[in-house]
Design a protein around this ligand. Structure first.
Ligand SMILES: [Zn+2]
Length: 132
């Protein structure tokens, strides 16, 4: 009964997507942080983000919402990848040294304290020497 009502209500509306999920998590994070710090503007911002999330889900302008989601993904995913890479480098900084391939820019991981080594980029085959 409620499921049917919900299905009818959501008919022709955009619904949840990747951007919506990230916005929802962000609004909760803002709300919790605002609550802990007792900082009202943050709590208010959490509500604004939550309302925007709901607005997008219930929107009938599906093409526009889809375009927003695509644009968000094209910016957010490379950023997320860079963050992951950075954290990995930080975690392994005692065991590995990281070099950028001079030809293609690929990041290569090499064990530390091996002296001068010849490195071959697995992506483009470029060979170069570095001190580890
Ligand atoms: Zn390369």
């Amino acid at each position: 009964m409620i499921r049917n009502w919900l299905r009818n209500f959501m008919l022709g509306r955009y619904g949840p997507d990747y951007l919506g999920t990230v916005m929802f998590i962000l609004s909760i994070a803002l709300g919790v942080t605002g609550g802990i710090l007792r900082f009202r503007p943050l709590t208010l911002l959490a509500y604004v983000v939550l309302i925007m999330t709901l607005y997008r889900m219930l929107s009938r302008n599906i093409n526009r919402r889809r375009a927003e989601n695509d644009r968000f993904i094209s910016i957010f995913w490379p950023l997320k990848r860079r963050c992951k890479l950075f954290i990995e480098r930080l975690k392994n900084r005692k065991i590995y040294k990281f070099f950028k391939c001079p030809a293609c820019g690929n990041i290569l991981r090499v064990p530390k304290h091996k002296g001068r080594v010849k490195i071959t980029c697995p992506k483009c085959g470029e060979r170069f020497e570095r001190r580890t």
